[in-house]
Design a protein around this ligand. Structure first.
Ligand code: BTN
Length: 265
């Protein structure tokens, strides 16, 4: 997938001009990024792997991570981190991945709030944002992203829910070039986020590609599931859901998921 196959490599990163660390195989780029963060790695460090042996998804799920097929990367952010704002960064990465895929491949991939990139109503990519506290309890965030790119067999439980990017592109996709575009888009979008420390400058673009918008959704809240009409996100990144009694529920992106009434979207 990547032309450089050295075990660990450092190059310039468009976001901050700092490190890119590449692994042919690692347990999880999120875990590696945390290890590096604990050793003092700088803001903007990007950990990329060709394969993961223990790729992790949201809610303790496994993330299928075979070699030579997909993109797996984790970005370490230290600057401008406020713990309560960390879930918003998932949305910042989501819009960046969506924009980059459109730019690079000409394929429109809507977003399923808060962290899935969707193609033909199936999951193309996922984002796992983790907040940690380092020395002196200073917060830092790791945003991990996995994008299915090449033809592959998905594990049985994903077979009818997952999709890969090349199923919709005329040409092969260069994971490396796509990652470069994602980081450029993220750099620009993160700068917009930092201006207001919320999604004020990004929520219109996000809502334009939000697959849930105008649809009936089921909110899988640990305190009890309920359904309503999704109207879009607000500047805090919360999903606004209109309930049948006319009230507006603000759904926070923590541990809550949404589903379409009839399935995944
Ligand atoms: C999800 O949708 O459940 C989130 C999936 C996140 C997967 C990526 S792959 C790179 C990074 N390393 C991991 O172990 N997980 C994230």
């Amino acid at each position: 997938m990547f032309s450089e196959k050295n075990e660990t490599e450092e190059r310039q990163n468009g976001l901050t001009g700092r490190n890119i660390v590449f692994f042919e195989s690692t347990d999880s780029t999120n875990v590696q990024a945390k290890r590096l963060a604990e050793e003092g790695a700088a803001h903007g460090t990007l950990v990329v792997a060709d394969a993961q042996t223990a790729g992790r998804g949201r809610k303790g799920r496994q993330w299928q991570s075979p070699p030579g097929k997909n993109l797996y990367f984790s970005l370490l952010l230290r600057e401008g981190i406020r713990p309560e704002k960390a879930p918003m960064l998932t949305l910042v990465m989501g819009i960046s991945v969506q924009e980059a895929i459109l730019k690079h491949c000409g394929v429109l991939t809507p977003i399923k709030w808060p962290n899935d990139i969707v193609l033909e109503d199936k999951k193309l990519a996922g984002i796992l944002t983790e907040l940690h506290f380092g020395e002196n309890k200073t917060p830092y965030v790791i945003i991990g992203t996995g994008i299915n790119i090449k033809p592959q067999a998905f594990m049985p439980e994903l077979a009818d829910k997952a999709i890969y990017l090349e199923s919709k592109t005329a040409k092969e996709v260069s994971a490396q070039a796509l990652l470069q575009t994602i980081m450029e888009c993220f750099g620009a979008n993160y700068a917009l986020f930092l201006k207001t420390m919320d999604l004020s400058l990004l929520c219109e673009a996000y809502n334009d590609v939000l697959i849930n918008r105008g649809k009936e959704v089921q909110v899988l809240d640990p305190a009890g599931a309920y359904s309503g009409m999704a109207e879009g996100i607000n500047k805090e990144g919360e999903l606004l859901v209109r309930l049948s009694d006319g009230s507006l529920q603000r759904v926070y992106a923590g541990e809550v998921s949404v589903r379409g009434i009839f399935g995944y979207v």
